[in-house]
Design a protein around this ligand. Structure first.
Ligand code: ARG
Length: 464
């Protein structure tokens, strides 16, 4: 990126200085390498500002017209790749302003009236984040839709539900996938909530104290689609808590994806063999010809750490900064951009990966036969016959120990053999010891009974 950025002196603020900054300082303090990706937001913000200045009689109509046509040319140049980004102009804001002045003369120099780069950059980031949040919401929704489709296909497929990574009780694979659907539902709520606080206009705060010009901030907010204006100028230019919230919301999405990834990796391990991932999401080994590695989920799990790091970085960046704007804040952009990029790429790939999961119901069923998954059902059965739950728990525990010695499952024991553990056990016991019976019995809102899973899918589809 840096190669296309040239250096040619004549800084906008150089009037105050007796000597130019060294090349090293120039490079160290410049942000144009990375903040130029906010150019669209910068131009949008500048145009809204200029139009407000004209409405308020602060800028002549002819100057506004010149600014509008200059910005249109700049837009074309950047889109065409012919715009000349210059390191000496530090950041995206000064690069665009300088070019505007070159194109339209004094009108370009009047644009910055009643404004500072401090409120300008805060506005640009908020516009950029708002766009990003809207895109992320669409991607989260796409992944939810993929999960729902897969859940629907497996509303009846039994899977061992685990606690402590040991077989606990039967669930359906559809029910399991819906757990992730719910996580992503909360993630979308979190971003929607964060968006409210992102969507406030800092412009008008100027450097820190406001401006002496008779500006109309509400009209700028309206033009840019902000819900309201930031009500304190010092806060408007200096705080980045909205960016930290964004990274917090992103860190939680990645947490959820990381948990899902961990399960995919485990399920795909030949030792478990519950699923297979489509070849296009896996890679081979350069030395072991038999390998098919789940690289995509592993990388997603790894990238989660990187997103956590950005959250911690931004918290640390903010901590201890006195009011108002400090140059520290220039460091907010790279972590933010990388967080959004990482999250979006991950969501894009997962929306495609989920439909490529090949489920192996036989392996899931075989695992269920090994873990006494219906032991709780037997205890519940005894409770329904009048035994206190603690006594029922004890009776079933003894039955499980006997099965372990004989190397069989509870369902393999005859009624007579089972009656050794409790005389309350009768001929009807085998219906509760089957996986299908166990699943069907959990028939309430939020339970894993297949008809409940199907009802949850209907509710979830309506919410999408
Ligand atoms: N490039 C700066 C940033 O990203 C813009 C604001 C600079 N303001 C200043 N007074 N140096 O934060």
């Amino acid at each position: 990126m840096t190669e296309s950025i040239t250096s040619a002196s004549d800084k906008i603020w150089s009037g105050r200085f007796a000597e130019p900054v060294s090349d090293l300082v120039k490079r160290y303090t410049a942000s144009v390498f990375f903040d130029r990706r906010m150019w669209r937001q910068d131009i949008r913000g500048s145009l809204a500002h200029a139009r407000m200045l004209a409405r308020q009689g602060i800028l002549a109509a002819a100057d506004l017209a010149a600014i509008e046509s200059g910005m249109a040319s700049i837009t074309n140049e950047i889109e065409a790749g012919t715009f000349h980004w210059n390191l000496d102009d530090e950041d995206v804001h000064l690069n665009i302003e300088k070019r505007l002045t070159a194109l339209v003369g004094d009108a370009g120099k009047r644009l910055h009236t009643g404004r500072s780069r401090n409120d300008q950059v805060a506005t640009d980031i908020r516009l950029w984040l708002r766009d990003s949040i809207d895109e992320i919401d669409g991607l989260l929704r796409a992944m939810q839709a993929a999960l729902l489709n897969m859940a629907e296909a497996h509303a009846d497929t039994p899977l061992p539900g685990f606690t402590h990574l040991q077989v606990a009780q039967p669930v359906t694979f559809g029910h399991h996938l819906l757990a992730y659907f719910e996580m992503l539902r909360r993630d979308r709520e979190r971003f929607a909530d964060c968006r409210k606080r992102v969507n406030r206009l800092p412009l008008g705060a100027a450097a820190l104290a406001g401006t002496t010009f008779p500006i109309d901030r509400e009209s700028v907010a309206h033009e840019l689609g902000f819900e309201s204006v930031c009500e304190n100028s010092l806060d408007a230019v200096s705080d980045r808590d909205f960016a930290i919230e964004f990274c917090g919301a992103a860190a939680l999405v990645m947490t959820h994806i990381s948990r899902f990834s961990e399960e995919l990796i485990l399920w795909m391990s030949p030792r478990v063999g519950f699923i297979d991932l489509a070849d296009r999401f896996c890679t081979g080994s350069s030395i072991m010809p038999q390998k098919k590695n789940p690289d995509v989920p592993e990388l997603a799990r790894g990238k989660t750490g990187r997103v956590f790091g950005h959250l911690m970085g931004l918290l640390t960046l903010m901590k201890g900064q006195p009011l108002a704007y400090n140059k520290d804040n220039q460091e907010d952009k790279e972590p933010l951009f990388d967080t959004a990029d990482t999250l979006m790429d991950t969501l894009r790939i997962f929306a495609e990966l989920v439909p490529g999961i090949r489920v192996k119901p036989e392996a899931m069923a075989a695992a269920l036969r090994q873990g006494y998954a219906t032991a709780t059902d037997l205890a519940d059965y005894l409770v329904k016959k009048g035994l206190p739950f603690r006594d029922a728990h004890e009776a079933v525990a003894r039955a499980v120990r006997a099965c372990e010695i004989r190397g069989c499952d509870l369902a393999d024991l005859s009624v007579d053999a089972l009656r050794e553990f409790s005389p309350l056990i009768a001929d009807d016991v085998h219906s509760v010891l089957t996986v299908a019976g166990s699943l069907a019995a959990r028939d309430h809102l939020g339970g894993t009974a297949p008809n409940q899973v199907r009802a949850a899918i209907v509710r979830s589809r309506a919410r999408l």
